[in-house]
Design a protein around this ligand. Structure first.
Ligand SMILES: *[C@@H]1O[C@H](CO)[C@@H](O)[C@H](O)[C@H]1NC(C)=O
Ligand SMILES: *[C@@H]1O[C@H](CO)[C@@H](O)[C@H](O)[C@H]1NC(C)=O
Ligand SMILES: *[C@@H]1O[C@H](CO)[C@@H](O)[C@H](O)[C@H]1NC(C)=O
Ligand SMILES: *[C@@H]1O[C@H](CO)[C@@H](O)[C@H](O)[C@H]1NC(C)=O
Length: 955
């Protein structure tokens, strides 16, 4: 209420600013925006001589420009300040922001005065008031603007620390009317001014008064263009004034902490009634949603304007709130400004309590203090600023993230609510974004979902600047062009979804490496022109198709024959630099991004093909070592192999295009004249089949938990083939001998050189000329009707699961009975409720029966006769994960005897803020009062010198 009347005063203070003969102060860094003004119609304001610009260059966020309705055009204030006649409004749902970006900051200055004004003037013809909306300074809440009268100019001003080189001012709809703004001004301050303003605290203005003044004082009298509102109460106060200049007090560094223009200090008021000898005026915060009890910080300015003789003494008490104690003020210097302030704000109390009172001291007090009989003069005051502090501790989003996402927003012309800071405040985070909110560090963007966003053009390279991003979903847009390699440089990226676009080219090598290392999932289905397996683009694929079929048939024969004999062994390349694309003789080779070896190198690596590990589809597999000692397996094409050169390279690329932590990976290849070879990671623990059958005598039998983990990891590899590859791959020879184990028993699916891509979108199955695969694992529909789908792999995986549970081969033969398929064998035993009779006896009961039941059920689901009844690999994977987690929590429960018991942490009970103040409230007379280090000379009752507050507030 008090604040409102002050605003009214501001409005009515229309006096003409007198040119006071001083040279105009520096306006470097001033920004003066007349919001809603037509473009190219800048002008100079008559009163301040400051140029005002239209807002076009400052807001990119739309809004609509309006003029106040005619009846408000011709008020005295508005005639002098035409900048309030136009405005911009930002319609939208609650939470929608309209923002202005103020930059062009002055070097070496971090403190700014930012002022927005709002004159409703029934611009929308609705005459609907009150109107409430929120104002933000960057990511920090500034105030709630409450427009209650159409002709009342609402002023929002804050003095704040702006560490960056720009700051945003945002209007946020709260659902109580459309936010609008008339003017926006930014004025740099000297860093030494307003010591109460620091990086975490800003000061919102409640009032700035020039007591005894006649005119509104702004620029150029005030070099910072603060608006000093005249404050008079004729009949209650006398105005006093001087023609002499009033100097500011300077601090130890010879710089003023507050810099009030002399013309403001040259006027003051004193009470008319010398009996009462009292000045009082109300001051009030504006409670709002964020600060329901705003603190109050007065800054009072005094300069003695009368020359006092020895018979007169100026000595008075100040009280900031009713029922608070008084502080004594005296010894003020002639024509020199003294400042009374304090460090901590006064707590909010009811408006009725908030009166600043000045009262003359009485003769008794003077006698006590000065031991003379001087006459006491009435109190006076020259100027006052009243503030309420706000927190500016929220930092906002990391600057690099902001510039990247801003560029992305601009490129795709995103509308939505992508305005203001991307992450902060948390309630206004941009649609589709997720961020981290670390304490006292900038927020980072961790995920972006722009799925179904209608994006077109290529993938912005700015995505690669979002260094903290983990999930990037650009699926189902119209993106074209290639995938930027820079995405592979994003250290935290775990999921990149590019499904359903029109991307072309190959998958960048860097991304493949990331996928290979198992820390990135890439989805790129339904991009018809994307070279999904790095063997060929769609156009080339048509040519290759027939040959590919031939080669697949060829190796498949070999595979069927050789069955589970082959162990494929790969090495994970850890240093990306080791793998270098090379200059290619052919197209196909060019896309094989793996390392290329010469035959001589292979000879060195394998000690002249010394040790044979096994035999694969087209030749022997040799043990070898890279220069750095990494063990590898070298699969050398035998001279007699009828696999052609091109098919060989195509296979190599089939393998290189697919990378997952649970799939074996190719390190490199050799194509050196006649010689061709593939170099794989070495899998030291052999294959799962050998482990289950006990053919591997090294280290005992797999536990149930190990089995579950191996099953889960294999499922993950297969799921990747089915879901993440485009077109999806069917392994076609899933079996325990194709599941390899590394030194840590981590499972990787091998031998998917046999697999074949779905070549045509929309095909639900692929018919091939002949059955491939391994007896016992073949899905019935495939074995009989050559119907091949992903569900064929699910069937085979079901058989693998049954082997994992039982330890039996796919055809169980327990003499004297005929060999029975493992599925039938398990079903028979289960029908009599005999789960114990099914489980591998070598586990010696070290399992949870429930867990085994669940996995058995899942295995039988997978081996259902009808493909449609079988679960997808995704579901299988999810179920196994759940079972494994159950199993691990069970095992943990039994095994963790050492248990880290958390010690009880004893904390000091948090200090009651009110109790901390009591620490200082030892002397009623000096506690909780406005203090000034220089002017508070004496305690009123004690007669001794009181403590001097040397805190920064006063200075
Ligand atoms: C800013 O000032 C406030 C009030 O004096 C204080 O509590 C806060 O610690 C200061 N912040 C910094 C960063 O100095
Ligand atoms: C001055 O104040 C006193 C005390 O409130 C009051 O009695 C007196 O009438 C006032 N004098 C004038 C002239 O208003
Ligand atoms: C004069 O001031 C003293 C000190 O504040 C106070 O104790 C005393 O009551 C006052 N006397 C009168 C008459 O107001
Ligand atoms: C002040 O006045 C009193 C009584 O009117 C008197 O007794 C005293 O001496 C005077 N003190 C001084 C320092 O003039």
């Amino acid at each position: 209420m008090a604040a409102q009347s002050l605003l009214l005063l501001f409005c009515l203070a229309v006096g003409v600013l007198l040119a006071r003969g001083q040279s105009a102060a520096d306006t470097t860094g001033f920004i003066s925006i007349d919001c809603g003004l037509l473009e190219h119609s800048s002008y100079v304001n008559e009163a301040t001589k400051l140029p005002y610009s239209p807002d076009a260059g400052f807001t990119a966020d739309g809004g609509t420009s309006y003029n106040v309705s005619a009846e408000y055009n011709d008020t005295p204030y508005n005639r002098l300040h035409p900048q309030v006649l136009s405005l911009r409004s930002f319609p939208g749902p609650p939470g929608r922001r309209g923002c202005y970006t103020l930059s062009s900051f002055v070097a070496g200055t971090s403190k700014y005065l930012i002022r927005a004004t709002f004159l409703y003037g029934n611009y929308d013809g609705l005459n609907k008031l009150p109107l409430l909306f929120d104002l933000y300074l960057g990511v920090n809440f500034w105030k709630t603007v409450n427009i209650s009268k159409p002709d009342l100019l609402h002023v929002a001003e804050v003095i704040a620390y702006v560490p960056a080189d720009s700051v945003q001012v945002c209007l946020v709809s709260t659902g109580s009317g459309t936010p609008f703004i008339s003017t926006l001004e930014l004025r740099p301050l000297k860093d030494t001014l307003y010591p109460l303003v620091n990086i975490t605290q800003g000061l919102v203005l409640i009032g700035r008064w020039n007591f005894g003044g006649l005119d509104l004082i702004r620029y150029p009298d005030d070099p910072y263009d603060r608006a000093w509102v005249p404050m008079n109460r004729p009949g209650e106060w006398y105005n006093i004034s001087t023609m002499s200049k009033v100097a500011m007090e300077v601090d130890d560094h010879r710089k003023p902490s507050y810099d009030v223009p002399s013309v403001v200090m040259q006027t003051a008021v004193k009470p008319v009634n010398t009996t009462e000898n009292l000045i009082w005026f109300p001051w009030d915060g504006e409670p709002n949603r964020v600060y329901p009890m705003p603190g109050l910080l007065p800054v009072l300015y005094f300069a003695e304007l009368e020359i006092l003789d020895s018979k007169h003494e100026r000595l008075f008490f100040i009280r900031a709130q009713r029922n608070k104690s008084w502080v004594l003020l005296g010894g003020l210097d002639y024509l020199k400004t003294d400042v009374v302030s304090r460090n901590a704000p006064y707590p909010f109390v009811s408006p009725l309590e908030n009166y600043i009172t000045l009262r003359a001291a009485n003769a008794t007090a003077v006698r006590q203090l000065f031991n003379n009989n001087s006459t006491i003069l009435p109190p006076f005051i020259n100027a006052a600023e009243l503030f309420t502090p706000i927190s500016t501790a929220n930092i906002g989003t990391d600057a690099q993230d902001v510039s990247a996402i801003t560029a992305i927003k601009a490129k795709y012309q995103i509308k939505k609510n992508w305005v203001g800071d991307p992450c902060a405040p948390k309630t206004l985070v941009w649609d589709g974004l997720n961020c981290t909110y670390p304490i006292s560090r900038p927020q980072r963007i961790t995920s972006i979902n722009m799925s179904f966003g209608g994006l077109s053009g290529d993938i912005s390279s700015y995505f690669a600047n979002l260094k903290a991003i983990q999930y990037l979903d650009l699926s189902h847009n119209k993106l074209t062009g290639s995938i930027p390699d820079g995405l592979s440089q994003l250290p935290s990226l775990v999921l990149l979804d590019l499904t359903g676009n029109d991307l072309s080219g190959t998958i960048p090598f860097g991304l493949l490496i990331r996928i290979q290392d198992g820390n990135l999932t890439l989805r790129y289905g339904h991009n018809p022109n994307l070279c999904s397996n790095s063997s060929s683009c769609q156009a080339a694929k048509k040519n290759l198709h027939s040959k590919t079929s031939i080669y697949i048939a060829v190796i498949i024969v070999a595979a069927v024959v050789l069955g589970g004999l082959v162990v494929l062994l790969l090495v994970i390349i850890r240093k990306q630099g080791r793998i270098k694309p090379h200059n290619e003789e052919s197209d196909v080779q060019a896309r094989s991004r793996n390392r290329r070896f010469t035959y001589t190198e292979l000879k060195v690596m394998t000690s002249n093909f010394h040790r044979v590990l096994g035999e694969g589809g087209f030749g022997l597999v040799y043990d070898g070592f890279l220069e750095d000692g990494t063990q590898v397996a070298v699969k050398l094409r035998s001279q007699s192999s009828n696999q052609g050169v091109r098919e060989f390279l195509t296979e190599a690329q089939n393998l290189t295009g697919i990378h997952h932590r649970n799939l074996v990976t190719l390190i490199g290849y050799c194509k050196d004249g006649e010689y061709m070879a593939l170099v794989y990671e070495y899998m030291s623990k052999g294959n799962l089949q050998d482990k289950l059958r006990g053919r591997d005598h090294s280290d005992g039998c797999l536990t149930w938990r190990q089995r579950l983990r191996i099953a889960l990891e294999s499922a993950q590899g297969l799921e990747y083939l089915h879901k993440a590859c485009s077109p999806p791959f069917i392994h076609r020879d899933v079996k325990t001998s194709n599941i390899l184990l590394d030194a840590n028993l981590k499972a990787k699916v091998a031998d998917f050189g046999l697999m074949k891509a779905f070549n045509h979108d929309g095909d639900t199955h692929v018919s091939t000329a002949r059955v491939v695969g391994t007896p016992g694992y073949l899905a019935p529909e495939y074995a009989t009707a050559l119907m091949l789908t992903e569900k064929s792999d699910v069937y085979s995986f079901g058989v693998v699961l049954l082997e994992v549970i039982t330890g039996q081969p796919p055809f169980v033969q327990i003499p004297p009975t005929q060999p029975t398929h493992i599925m039938k064998w398990v079903q028979q035993r289960l029908s009599s409720g005999d789960i114990e009779g099914v489980v591998d006896a070598r586990m010696q009961g070290g399992y949870d029966v429930n867990s085994v039941w669940k996995v058995t059920d899942l295995a039988l689901e997978c081996t259902d006769r009808t493909p449609e009844q079988r679960p997808t690999m995704t579901r299988v994977m999810a179920q196994l994960l759940e079972y494994l987690e159950l199993e691990e929590s069970r095992s943990t429960f039994y095994t963790s005897a050492d248990g880290d018991t958390n010690g009880i942490i004893y904390t000091e009970s948090s200090r009651d803020p009110s109790s901390s103040s009591s620490m200082y409230a030892t002397d009623q007379s000096t506690s909780d009062v406005a203090q000034s280090s220089t002017t508070l000379r004496m305690g009123p009752n004690s007669g001794r010198a009181s403590t001097v507050d040397t805190g920064p507030a006063a200075r």
